[in-house]
Structures are given as structure tokens and as C-alpha cells.
Design a protein around this ligand. Sequence first.
Ligand SMILES: [Zn+2]
Length: 218
Amino acid sequence: MPNQRCRKCKKRRYPRQLNKQTLCSDCASAVNREIETRTSALTKAIDKAIKAKSVNAQLRCYARIDKESEALIEIEKIGIRVMDPPPSYIRRFYNRQKKNVLVNSIENDIRSILKQISLYKQDHSKLNAISKLRLKLIKHRDASRYYEINLPKRIDRVIDQVEVQEFLYQGKKAGNTGDVNGAVKLYKAALNKLMTDDIDDSKQAKKIKAIKMKIANS
Ligand SMILES: [Zn+2]
């Protein structure tokens, strides 16, 4: 009875039937085929990531790179060198890339949202759009929490600004329909939001003064 086992299929084999990695010939060729398929998929995903035109397409490629390199790292654990540079290096490198792409795209969104918030000052007719922006920011905040410590804090500040904008819009709408109490309540909510956020009140004194005037004049 052979007394050694193949480390993959665990079948008993004679020592001469096992290779350096203690794999039987069936498992050795299966592993080689897997290395071939996975390295080729990995190379393709890297190539596609470079050419990808949208952030989502890039992120899909990075997810594929992560999956394939992780599987190759598992194969390396049985003592087989699968490629050069090693898959652990590739995985680290592209996870950093993924973080950069994600953070950059969130930064761009924040910039454009901030621009839109100030636009709404002139045109308060797009409340749904404002709410959508807020949801987008909340999604960003959850995604970025994993990567960045400062970004979620900044996103929360922008969300506060969006909410102030929403209260002011609703307040104006209530005022226009003659609901004075409702308007005052909403202006006070906006004021409260501004005065309890983590931005120094002196830095938003103009806004605070304007809202206090609105309440006084209602
Ligand atoms: Zn085997």
C-alpha cells in the first residue's frame, strides 16, 4: 500500500508518483491548466482596466483582477510559482489603483454636487434632484468609509449643506402657499442644522443671518 498522499486529491501514492509539490500527475496537470486560465484572465483584465472608459468599467476590471490574483495566491501556497511579478504583488498594486479611482470619482462627484447646491439657490425647482444627490452622497460615504477616514467626514458636511438647502426650499414653498407656520418651522430646521453642524458658525454667518431674517419677516 502506498504510504504518501497527494496534497490536493489526498489519494495514496508511491513517492515516485508524486512531484516536488507532492501532487499526483492528474492534480499537477489540473493545477497547470488552472494557472494558465487564470493568468490569461488576469492579463486580460489588466489590459481592459487600462483601456476602460468609465469608472464602473474600471471597477469591474479591478474586481476581476482581485478574484484571479487571489486564486493564484492560493495556488502559490502549495509551493508552485505561478508568475512573475507574484500575484500577491499584483493584487496589492491593483487594490491601490482601485482605491485611487474610487476616491477620485467621489471627489469629482462632490465638486459637481457642491456646484449644483449653489445653483439651486437661484432655482429651487428641483427638489427631487437634491434628494437624489443626497442619496448618492450617502452611497459614496459608505463606499469611502472603507478606504478613507477624511472623505466620509467631508461627505457628511456636504450632506448637511444639501439638507439645509432642502429645508429652505420646502420653507419657501410653504410660504408661497400661505402656510406661514410651516415655513417658519422649516426655516428654523435649516437654522438648527447650520448651527449644530461641525462647521464654525462664524464661517457661515451670512447664511445664518439670511435665514434669521426670513424667520423674522415671515
Ligand atoms: Zn492528486
